[in-house]
Design a protein around this ligand. Sequence first.
Ligand SMILES: Cc1cc2nc3c(=O)[nH]c(=O)nc-3n(C[C@H](O)[C@H](O)[C@H](O)COP(=O)(O)O)c2cc1C
Length: 199
Amino acid sequence: MNEQDVYDAIVTRRSTRNYKPTPVEPQKLARIIDAGRYAPSGGNSQTNRFFVVQKQEIIADLIKLVEEAFSKMDVYDGMYRSLRNSILRSKEGGYLFCYNAPVLVVVANKKDYGNNMADCAVAIENMMVEANALDLGSCWINQLRWLNEEPTLLEYMRKLGLPEDERVYGAAIFGYPATEDGKPNRVPLPRTGVDVVYL
Ligand SMILES: Cc1cc2nc3c(=O)[nH]c(=O)nc-3n(C[C@H](O)[C@H](O)[C@H](O)COP(=O)(O)O)c2cc1C
């Protein structure tokens, strides 16, 4: 294993929010999904479920349902900024929570399993790092998690195959970045927090 390559794929991963419509090659997508499936899981539960959405009509339905759901919600002082922005932008209309990416991967897990979100998070990070190694852009997408109890969206996810006892705990988008050279921006953000204590 080349440690430098693994390290570089991790530290140069950045969120991409502007994509070309070019589809992701099936082989590359399969590697990304495998990277997610091979993430660790609490007690080796392996209960993550991946919905790999490439059908643009499904993404369009989700965009509509997400916008409708957020439009009905109120904002309040001190609300988590990203959630507040999602609500306000939905009320304005035309809110594209997944930035026209060609692939949306939704990760679900058991509702009553204590590590559901942790297992989902490690899988998403694995997939985003693998995407970076493949010159693809990615971004975590949280709207479906915020709305994971919203009845209309839940019903829609049921039709896509989400079992009764599962909920969505995260999602990510993948695709070729709409940059001049088609490669992801790889300039790391300065670390301003994330303190470390060596003892
Ligand atoms: C739990 C979590 C939720 C996030 N949700 C969203 C989101 O819904 N939409 C979005 O554009 N970015 C989302 N992000 C991406 C962060 O905004 C991004 O990682 C952060 O600004 C640092 O930028 P970088 O990824 O380019 O290093 C999320 C990231 C995490 C870890």
